[in-house]
Design a protein around this ligand. Structure first.
Ligand SMILES: [Zn+2]
Length: 776
């Protein structure tokens, strides 16, 4: 086998190019259907027209705002025009993270009386964040829901009733979904939910979360989707992110079902750029098609299986779905490992592989991963030092990432080329084949145990390695092995791994940001592990070519990235401006947080900022810049004791009334760690509700009250220290009109920066002494 052969490398290159083209083609979003499409199909044009009516003015409509009521009225009007009896559900509710509010949901039913536990819920949220109009998050979901509501009226009745739920206060802490599952009479009749969400404004609609009867659901999904894009690894990645959706609440209420979202152009998410003009019609088409198919499939299903049973699944080029039970994964991984070892023994009997070669092959495969990992972390660190990768804690995306997508992928070639140069003679083709195969087989056993959702990648590859070596083992017996059969043994597992990995790599950056890059290099290192055998057979100059190609492409990628700015007007950094009044001391200040941790020059010259980064308030994890500001006389929030009772040694029970005297929608109450807050209880329609608590780093406990009534909100709390000093903040959107400096700061915010999430806010802060002895 000492004959040099570059054909394997050439076929590998062609295979990679073909798979790349096929993947990019199949994961495109569908063409949007026009307004004249058949009334029984989903049309993005019709949904877009609805979306324009709802949010075409690009005005944010957070929970409790006037714009929120206006959007709600439009939704109700549309449902009523379609013949639905739209009902409003409002009430106070708190989540497990110390966030309370009074959302108003819209509920309508299709398909007769809901009596049994067999209803299918279709959900989307109509509130936006305060900073942006939320056209995609989740206006598109609402418009899709209304288009589907229309389709239902022109279709024959389904086996099970469908409940349409448009929630409020999702952005304030999943409050509307919580209110529905907790208090609505239909909540107990719902068996499965289909939720439509967004963490971006474009890209394909991904099915990334299901209920617990996963195996049953995935077979239903596989049978009903036109363009399925899903895999069981998505959910693993989603759980790593700080994002939640209403589906979390539905799942907690034991609903089965599907959660759909799109994540393209995540730079627009929760900013003013999440606008009607930026919402993608083809994304709306894909999400609408998916949700309609899912709802119809669930509403028509004959058996309502709900036995919790997990499965591993992935789509194949968005055309079909492979599903297998999770119980199958570990045995299959172990068998693949055994067979691979047996094949190595056979190869050594045939004189193709020695123990020494196998050992060098294994070391080579491992070194390939380590070198790739080290190189990519080094490049990432370099980009961070040179200010082209966002600091830790900031949103991890940059304006022009394509150069580094390609650059970090090419690093896998640099590493493989170098490893081949070091080990090729000692490992040889079959040594490297064994090294790549056995590392994938071992990892597939490990992932079968630790992250079964991810196991399909490695399991398929391990089995491909086992099967693709068979021709060499049996056909080549006693004869010289043909180059074709030899290359086939390494090409097959390598290309199969590349094919299943690629759709994930395309989604990894929108999901994880710059962290996706080293992950990309290392996982591609598993692919190039199967390139090593072919590199061992290749000529020296071919090996050098591969290394230089990788290095050249990486260098070009880094250079392009260094030449381009980290942020742009279409991918701005997040930068909010806040005006704070300290009602205790009568002072005021500006506070601004820039994702880059650098204050733009124009803003620094508009107002004199302290260059030192400091916490937003004591105990807050957010750091930003302070500047003195003129103190306006804004009424301070009010926190008073309405009753105390049950003083035990352990705790005193307080009934507190909190209120924003200036009508600010949000109030934050922060109790010091020493108060050891035990229970927070609010009174709701359905009785007392224990609220969760949010703990700050220094042990303080915070309660966030969104959209509180003008008369104030009463809550009960047990404190183990009294009297106690409590910080109270109220927050309103925007800066005070009368402050010229505020306007100047907003004007000075550069084109490549934007407000996001809560946006620019005005905060009034005070300290209240809660003293039961003071007799208030
Ligand atoms: Zn959302």
């Amino acid at each position: 086998m000492a004959i040099e052969d570059n054909r394997g490398l050439i076929i590998a290159g062609a295979g990679v190019a073909l798979l790349l083209a096929a993947t990019l083609l199949s994961y495109r979003t569908p063409a949007p259907l026009g307004p004249d499409a058949s009334p029984t199909v989903f049309s993005a044009s019709r949904a877009q027209a609805i979306l324009k009516e709802l949010v075409g003015d690009d005005v944010p409509h957070p929970i409790g705002s006037a714009a929120n009521s206006a959007v709600r009225e439009l939704i109700v009007k549309r449902l009523t025009a379609l013949g639905y009896a739209a009902e409003l559900q409002a009430g106070l509710v708190c989540n497990d993270f110390g966030e309370c509010g009074t959302p108003t949901n819209i509920v309508a039913t299709y398909g007769g009386d809901v009596k049994a536990k067999d209803a299918v819920l279709l959900a989307a949220h109509y509130d936006s964040v305060p900073a942006g109009p939320g056209a995609s998050d989740d206006g598109a979901g609402v418009a899709n829901l209304l288009e589907i509501a229309r389709i239902l009226t022109v279709m024959p009745a389904r086996r099970h009733p469908i409940v349409l739920l448009v929630t409020d206060g999702e952005e304030a802490g999943l409050l509307g979904a919580l209110l529905f599952t907790r208090e609505h009479r239909l909540a107990g009749h719902v068996w499965a939910a289909v939720n439509m969400e967004a963490r971006g404004v474009s890209g394909p609609s991904l099915m990334f979360e299901t209920g617990t009867a996963n195996a049953w659901l995935m077979h239903l999904y596989a049978a009903s989707m036109l363009r399925p894009i899903t895999n069981s690894l998505c959910y693993v990645v989603y759980k790593m992110l700080p994002n939640n959706t209403d589906f979390t609440i539905f799942k907690a209420a034991s609903y089965q079902g599907f959660n759909f979202a799109f994540i393209g152009d995540v730079g627009h998410y929760h900013t003013p750029l999440d606008s009607w003009a930026n919402a993608s019609a083809s994304t709306i088409q894909h999400q609408g098609d998916n949700a309609l198919s899912a709802v119809l499939a669930l509403a028509n299903s004959t058996d309502l299986a709900s036995a919790a049973q997990d499965s591993v699944f992935f789509d194949v080029f968005a055309r079909g779905v492979m599903v297998w039970p999770i119980a199958f994964v570990l045995p299959a991984a172990l068998v693949a490992l055994m067979l691979l070892l047996a094949e190595a023994v056979l190869l050594s009997r045939q004189g193709q592989l020695t123990g020494r070669q196998a050992a060098y092959g294994a070391i080579g495969a491992l070194t390939n991963l380590l070198v790739g990992g080290a190189l990519s972390l080094g490049v990432l660190a370099l980009l961070r030092i040179l200010g082209r990768s966002p600091p830790i804690g900031a949103p991890p995306w940059i304006a022009h990432p394509v150069g580094m997508h390609i650059g970090f992928s090419a690093l896998a070639l640099v590493s493989a080329g170098a490893v081949a140069a070091w080990f090729a003679r000692r490992a040889g083709f079959w040594g490297f084949w064994f090294g790549a195969g056995v590392s994938v087989a071992l990892l597939s056993v490990a992932s079968a145990v630790a992250i079964p959702g991810a196991s399909y990648l490695l399991l398929l590859t391990a089995w491909a390695a086992v099967l693709a070596a068979l021709p060499c083992l049996f056909l080549g017996k006693g004869r010289a092995l043909t180059h074709g059969a030899v290359n086939f043994a390494a090409l097959t597992p390598g290309l199969i791994l590349f094919a299943v990995l690629l759709p994930l790599l395309l989604l990894l950056y929108p999901a994880l940001g710059t962290l996706a890059w080293p992950v990309c290099t290392v996982t591609l290192g598993l692919v190039t592990g199967f390139l090593l055998p072919m590199l061992a057979n290749a000529t020296r100059s071919a090996r050098q070519f591969v290394t230089l190609l990788g290095a050249g492409v990486t260098f070009a990628g880094i250079s392009i990235t260094l030449l381009l700015p980290m942020y742009s007007p279409s991918w701005p950094q997040r930068l909010n401006i806040e005006y704070w009044v300290d009602a205790d001391g009568g002072q005021a200040h500006w506070w601004t947080q820039a994702a880059s941790l650098h204050l733009p020059h124009a803003m620094a010259s508009a107002v004199k900022f302290d260059p030192l980064l400091r916490a937003r308030f004591t105990g807050s994890p957010s750091r930003g810049f302070f500047a003195d500001a003129p103190a306006l006389k804004l009424a301070a929030p009010d926190l008073r004791i309405s009753a105390t009772s049950g003083t035990s040694q352990a705790a005193t029970h307080f009934e507190l009334l909190v209120r924003s005297a200036r009508g600010a929608p949000t109030v934050l109450v922060v109790f010091p760690a020493s108060a050891r807050v035990q229970d927070v209880v609010v009174t709701t329609h359905s009785g007392p509700l224990r609220a969760g608590r949010k703990h700050h780093q220094d042990g303080d406990t915070a309660l966030v009250l969104a959209d509180i009534p003008s008369a104030g909100l009463q809550f009960g709390i047990d404190l183990s220290e009294a009297p106690v000093r409590v910080q109270v903040f109220d927050q309103s959107y925007g800066l005070p009109e009368e402050l010229a400096d505020g306007k100047a700061l907003q004007r000075a915010r550069p084109q490549n920066a934007t407000s996001s999430q809560d946006g620019d806010v005005t905060v009034v802060q005070r300290t209240v002494l809660l003293d039961p002895a003071a007799g208030r």
